[in-house]
Design a protein around this ligand. Structure first.
Ligand code: 0X9
Ligand code: ZN
Length: 369
């Protein structure tokens, strides 16, 4: 393990916990005295925006997201279609995706897939996916900085965006338990949830995942045992996919493969160069610095992650994971204040454009794939 670890301790365990880490000689600082207070503050703000469909101002609930996507599909039918991934979740929900293309009947272009909301509590990722879909669909062919990027992105690729990969978990985190991470599988009558980012077939069962059903990193029974992972895996294979991007929060990282082991893929230097270029674009807007590297180098080893799976098993060379705002030293964590939504969207969208440009250049320079 490198860097720092954020630990959430119940008040009743605080004394014992501090004694234990002090005895172990570890250094610590308190980032947030009262996590519930942060959650309450966020909720007051979300409540003030209740009923709003403005994803740049507030975090939409699941119904709001679904309405937003169906309206978008109805209003820009020439460029965006909404479809579901074809399997219902444990609680019977659809997993919606959108395809955005200059020619929905068949542009002949390769596909870029973006997945958000795998981890229920990472609300800002959903806003970012919604914004990306909205910008691509509505701004294509227009004028201004974002429109020029949207136009370039769609001229290069078809885009497939899954704004809420884990709708059961998101609904639960939004309405019931703000820090929920997993899906809502009922494991054994005691504990719920499988960590979808430990359930993929990328060294499934290995380091950094848990076999304990109550753990927040519980990997599930077997690789792709969950409807969410199985459905996305199938869908990605129906397109000629050039790139796969998972969007998580938080810590401000762009993560490169591999996450499950410390050795590097043979094309690591290419991926590093591309990610650094995307990072520079992102940072240029609001000085938001992202660290670029592999999870074992900057975070921790974790097996069963989506982007490793896509590269290992589906032959997708350009596979990355974002960890959006806030930075790793922040006291906000997953409750990113709503006034950060718009700048996060702006900087992340710009970096996705840069990814597309760089990936296209590299893919076409190295030839056939
Ligand atoms: O642990 C995760 O799944 C990700 N971090 S998060 O705080 N959003 O939960 C990092 C995933 C990196 N991918 C792999 N290690 N495979
Ligand atoms: Zn996550």
């Amino acid at each position: 393990m490198r860097g720092d670890v954020h630990i959430h301790v119940e008040p009743k365990h605080e004394k014992k916990f501090i004694q234990t880490i002090e005895r172990a000689g570890l250094k610590y600082s308190v980032l947030q005295e009262d996590i519930q207070r942060g959650i309450d503050t966020e909720w007051q703000s979300i409540s003030r925006h209740a009923g709003s469909r403005d994803y740049t101002q507030t975090y939409l609930d699941l119904i709001g997201v679904d309405d937003f996507l169906s309206t978008l599909a109805a209003e820009v039918p020439q460029r965006l279609e909404r479809f579901n991934l074809g399997r219902t979740t444990i609680e019977g929900r659809q997993i919606w995706a959108v395809k955005i293309s200059t020619d929905l009947n068949g542009s002949g272009k390769k596909a870029v897939w973006i997945e958000c909301g795998t981890h229920a509590r990472e609300f800002i990722t959903i806003s970012t996916c919604l914004a990306t879909a909205n910008n691509l669909a509505r701004l294509y062919g227009g004028t201004g900085a974002a429109a020029e990027k949207a136009t370039a992105m769609l001229d290069l690729y078809d885009w497939y965006i899954v704004p809420v990969h884990n709708p059961d978990g998101y609904d639960y985190a939004y309405w019931v338990s703000r820090l929920w991470r997993k899906n809502r599988r009922q494991n054994n009558g005691i504990c719920f949830g499988v960590d979808l980012n430990r359930n993929w077939n990328s060294n499934f069962g290995g380091t950094g995942s848990s076999g304990q059903s109550c753990s927040d990193t519980y990997r599930g029974n077997s690789a792709l045992s969950e409807p969410e992972t199985a459905a996305l895996n199938d869908a990605v294979q129906t397109t000629n996919t050039v790139a796969f991007i998972s969007i998580h929060s938080y810590s401000q990282y762009i993560l490169l493969p591999w996450g499950y082991q410390s050795s590097k893929p043979s094309d690591y230097n290419t991926l590093l160069r591309i990610a650094r270029s995307a990072e520079a674009e992102l940072e240029s807007y609001y000085n938001t610095a992202f660290l670029v590297g592999t999870p074992p180098d900057i975070l921790y080893v974790a097996s069963g992650g989506a982007y490793d799976h896509m590269k290992l098993n589906n032959g997708i060379k350009y596979s990355f994971t974002y960890e959006l705002r806030p930075g790793s030293g922040s006291s906000w964590g997953f409750e990113l204040p709503e006034n950060h939504i718009a700048p996060t969207i702006e900087e992340t969208f710009a970096s996705l454009w840069k990814f597309a440009e760089e990936i296209y250049a590299d893919d076409n320079a190295t030839g056939r794939k």
